[in-house]
Ligand binder design. Structure first.
Ligand code: FDP
Length: 346
């Protein structure tokens, strides 16, 4: 269903009246959405804003905790989100993909009940070529009685998330949000400066003929992934009995947004290059928030071996293999892993 003339603020007030968000969570989401508007402005200026290219100085690249080169916009987006969220009184602490450890809220500000995690600018290798990038966020409750949350207090499975969302900076800027009662999309009205509800209750078609994966990693994949994609590529002549198309933006937010809009499966499987780290994508900043959004839209999300939202995190920056999107297709990918593991056990 497509709606109009309902701003994010109005939507959240209505959710509050319906008892689905409390005032603190409403403020948190409003603050994150305001920060996303600022990031959208910076991204939209492109080369004119002097924000393209690598962070660091004198030819020295700046490297983040993940061991990846940071872009100027990664650093700027991180600062915008930190600054916007520190003083509002809605957070007990926050953690970012770009920072080694979580940050408690400074003593000079009031402290709230929530923990915010974010990937300030996902897909940042696409910034300099003017392809969609995005911000992803996830909200957890701070455990009772914890005044100064440490990293271990964030290590809650994705089922504990009270809200999750992303903002995609593309031809239009869109905020996609769940507070656990459906997944809803808002489009930024740039002239007015507010997010307007454009799809209430997104639904991912159960079946699909579209897959998204970095095919250049094929030779590094595990056997079940080789078998699964091998059968997709056989198309109508193979066991799947239908022809599949491939789409790969290489910006998770854009790929997942397409899947939330028209279906498909997104996958970043285990491969021998990232196996030692557990996968490529981060559980807390990418996989969990996206999995909640996908599940709330009727889709499924898995590591290939278990439901994503039930994975017990062991570290803030933990990585996992990812399969998410149309339910029927995610279940098919999981079946290849189950069959392989069952054979290996015999
Ligand atoms: P990026 O490294 O550019 O930030 O999570 C990181 C991510 O992008 C995802 O957005 C994207 O799906 C994936 O990595 C791209 O990986 P490849 O480099 O293997 O294409």
């Amino acid at each position: 269903m497509t709606s109009s003339n309902i701003s994010l603020t109005q939507f959240l007030i209505e959710e509050q009246r319906a008892g689905r968000v409390n005032p603190q969570l409403r403020l948190l989401i409003e603050v994150v959405s305001r920060a996303c508007k600022r990031i959208s402005i910076a991204v939209g200026k492109g080369a004119l804003g002097g924000v393209l290219g690598d962070a660091g100085s004198a030819g020295e690249a700046s490297i983040n905790v993940q061991g990846e080169a940071q872009k100027k916009l990664d650093v700027l987006s991180n600062e915008i989100l930190l600054e916007a969220n520190a003083w509002g009184g809605h957070l007990a602490g926050l953690a970012s993909e770009e920072m080694d450890t979580s940050q408690p809220i400074p003593d000079k500000y009031p402290r709230g009940n929530y923990l915010l995690m974010f990937d300030p600018l996902d897909g940042s290798s696409n910034i300099d070529v003017n392809i969609s990038v995005g911000t992803i966020f996830s909200v957890l409750r701070c455990p009772d009685g914890v005044e100064q949350p440490r990293d271990e207090h964030y290590l809650q499975p994705g089922t504990e998330q009270v809200a999750a969302g992303y903002c995609t900076y593309g031809p239009s800027t869109m905020l996609v949000l769940t507070v656990g009662h459906g997944t809803h999309a808002f489009t930024l009205d740039r002239e007015v400066g507010s997010f307007v509800l454009t799809t209430r209750g997104m639904r991912i078609p159960e079946d699909t003929k579209e897959f998204a994966v970095n095919m250049s990693n094929q030779r590094f994949w595990e056997a079940p992934m080789q078998a699964y994609v091998g059968d997709l590529l056989k198309g109508s002549e193979g066991p799947r009995g239908k022809d599949f198309n491939m789409r790969w933006v290489a910006s998770m937010v854009a790929d997942v947004h397409r899947i939330l809009t028209r279906g498909g499966i997104f996958s970043y499987p285990l491969d021998s290059k990232c196996a030692a780290k557990g996968g490529k994508l981060r559980l807390m900043y990418e996989a969990n928030p996206m999995s909640l959004l996908v599940e709330q839209a009727g889709g499924a999300a898995s590591t290939g071996r278990m439901r994503m939202l039930e994975v017990q995190p062991t570290g803030l920056h933990m990585r996992v293999p990812v399969f998410m999107g149309s339910k029927g297709e995610v279940e098919a990918a999981v079946r290849y892993h189950q069959a392989h593991d069952a054979n290996a056990a015999n």
